[in-house]
Design a protein. Structure first.
Lengths: 536, 80
């Protein structure tokens, strides 16, 4: 599908339908379309037609959606940056991406220094575009980047993953089909028909004769590609996206009330967020009576989480998916059934149409079923590479032969195996990259930034895991130039405060211990094994 | 609150925060210190119920009431 055309079609046929809700704010498809038209004309007037990225800064505001669509309708990919990012990281991404325009839905932090033009985007949801030059705009072409999402890189600098319009379309075609599995559930057979899509591309849900349009939950920040699943599945089907903001998540009471009034029918989140909700005994089908589907991505789905959700939401399906940012959100899926819950770990699913999963050994040779090796993803949603980093792109992307056709592929650095039925099982990472609450973190990235903190001479960071092997938190060790003043807690708090100026909150180690000397291995690297022994 | 109950709270907090340093610096804001987050907070409430029989649904408490060790001790003693 062409996503921009789809959104335009919904705006034309059902313009007053709600596209986005956030803290009582509501954006209709007509507002989304007219606001993005005006912004596209403004962006085309502001920038040459060079496909340079547009940074969009903010959190969960409806204006974010207007800004994303405005950029791509002017043939410029967008880079979503969340308010949780520190000024330093924002500056470096604007600089390294060579963006010439920043749409600031929220005011940029004072510490951000950039030569790019900053456009006030706070009024975009109300179609108020600041005055300036405009020009007729044309939308992004299928093979050009639609968005660029930055992920943690081991050098201490994030990498910009470029996803083309066609890759996004291929992903959304499949992801939308996952939502249609609810048709197959016998106990919902008496409901009004769910999908398939009508010929105009607008889901039957929400038309006058069928049940109301789906409401997709948006938990992840837009800078995290998990959000691409809920955002574009909702917009491409004329459904509503319901955003939960970071301030709501930290208050269990507000979160409960927010969910109660959300009317969510499709849940998209990290498993960690579901665990957080499950701590509330009131989180069940009576709170969310329309909820028919959970879609998980971003980190390992614990068996216990899936089991608890099936118990609390007996009428809902739980779907596990897997995929790195470099292959557009997710490429495998499996509906979790009773047969999976007996095993210690859940499978991550079978490849979507258009994707081939390959398991390779260190020499690059293909491995047979049940043999663990590196997971390679080949197919129609693989990224065209890291923005302005051909060196990193060459190391991670390649072409592989799929049924005689050279096909773009990404080396995930993930371990896994395919069983005899083609089901993929995830087995961890090959390198220092970890997942914490769904966020991808390179431990070296945290270490490099810790060394920038005043007084820190040397730093090492460990990922601490629970009995099931899930990372629960980071533990950092630092060697200081001079003995610290104050108690260990106060010292660690001060160090963390400074570290927050360089990295997002989720990368700040929960525990920070000052040591006299970081133990080193024979080849001069921090001895993580020795530190781990100290940790336990 | 008796000594055994205070110890039980401190043991629980040590477990949730992952460090016994909290015992010595009881007025440090545990959320600011990055030692307590939403998930840790819910673990704390579950632990209070299991270890001390205090039942507090997560929706019935604001984080300001339980942001430091001393505040948590007060919070618990008021409900024993």
């Amino acid at each position: 599908m062409d996503i921009i055309d789809r959104i335009g079609a919904v705006a034309a046929r059902a313009g007053d339908r709600v596209a986005h809700r956030h803290l009582g704010e509501s954006l209709s498809y007509a507002q989304l379309w007219s606001g993005s038209s005006a912004l596209a004309a403004r962006i085309a007037g502001e920038l040459p037609d060079d496909g340079s990225p547009v940074v969009v800064y903010g959190h969960k505001e409806s204006a974010m959606l207007v800004a994303f669509l405005g950029a791509v309708r002017a043939a410029h990919p967008y880079i979503p940056i969340d308010v949780s990012w520190p000024a330093d990281r924002i500056s470096s991404v604007i600089d390294e991406s060579r963006a010439r325009l920043v749409v600031a839905v929220r005011t940029l932090p004072s510490g951000v220094s950039t030569a790019a033009t900053v456009l006030d985007g706070s009024g975009l949801a109300a179609s108020t575009i600041p005055p300036g030059p405009t020009r007729q705009a044309h939308p992004v072409a299928p093979d050009d980047p639609y968005y660029v999402i930055y992920t943690s890189g081991s050098t201490g600098h994030p990498k910009g993953v470029q996803i083309t319009s066609s890759a996004l379309s291929n992903f959304v075609d499949w992801a939308v089909s996952l939502a249609e599995i609810r048709v197959l559930i016998p106990h919902r057979a008496s409901d009004a028909p769910h999908g398939p899509q009508s010929s105009d591309g607008v889901s039957k849900r929400g038309s006058a004769t069928a049940e109301p349009a789906d409401v997709w939950l948006n938990q992840a920040p837009f800078s995290f590609d998990l959000s691409v699943m809920d955002l574009y599945c909702a917009l491409a089907t004329g459904a509503t996206l319901h955003s939960i903001d970071a301030a709501t998540v930290v208050s269990p009471r507000r979160l409960h009330d927010e969910l109660a009034s959300s009317d969510v029918s499709v849940w998209v989140s990290t498993p960690s967020f579901a665990d957080l909700c499950l701590a509330d005994p009131g989180f069940d089908a009576s709170l969310l009576p329309r909820l028919g589907l959970f879609l998980f991505c971003g980190e390992t789905l614990p068996t216990a989480t899936a089991a608890a959700l099936r118990e609390r939401f007996p009428d809902a399906q739980v779907v596990n998916t897997y995929g790195p940012t470099e292959s557009t959100v997710a490429v495998t899926s499996v509906v979790i059934g009773p047969e999976h819950l007996a095993a210690a770990t859940l499978p991550v699913g079978r490849a979507k149409p258009g994707t081939t999963i390959l398991i390779r050994d260190e020499s690059g040779a293909a491995l047979p079923a049940n043999q663990p090796g590196e997971i390679l993803i080949a197919g129609d949603t693989v990224s065209v590479g890291y923005l302005h980093r051909p060196d990193l792109t060459a190391g991670a992307f390649t072409l592989v032969d799929v049924d005689g056709v050279p096909t773009p592929a990404y080396r995930t650095g993930d371990l896994g195996h395919l069983d005899a039925d083609g089901m993929l099982h995830f087995g961890g990472r090959l390198d220092g990259q970890i997942k914490l609450h769904g966020y991808r973190i390179e431990l070296e990235d945290v270490e490099n930034n810790l060394r920038r903190v005043t007084g820190v001479q040397q730093a090492a960071v460990l990922a601490v895991r629970n009995e099931s092997g899930v990372v629960t938190h980071l533990h950092g060790f630092v060697q200081l130039a001079s003995p610290p003043e104050g108690g260990p807690l106060a010292v660690a708090t001060a160090l963390k405060k400074e570290l927050r100026a360089y990295v997002p909150d989720y990368m700040v180690p929960k525990l920070l211990t000052v040591v006299d000397r970081i133990p080193l291995t024979g080849n001069g690297k921090a001895d993580r094994r020795a530190l781990l022994a100290r940790d336990t | 609150m008796d000594e055994a109950q205070e110890l039980a709270v401190l043991r629980l907090l040590t477990e949730v925060c992952g460090t016994d340093a909290i015992d010595q610096e009881r007025d440090v804001d545990l959320f600011d210190a990055g030692l307590l987050d939403s998930l840790g907070f819910t673990h704390l409430l579950v632990g209070l119920e299991d270890d001390l029989g205090i039942r507090v649904p997560p929706t019935a408490v604001e984080r300001d009431e339980v942001s430091t060790v001393n505040r948590i001790l007060t919070f618990v003693s008021e409900r024993l």
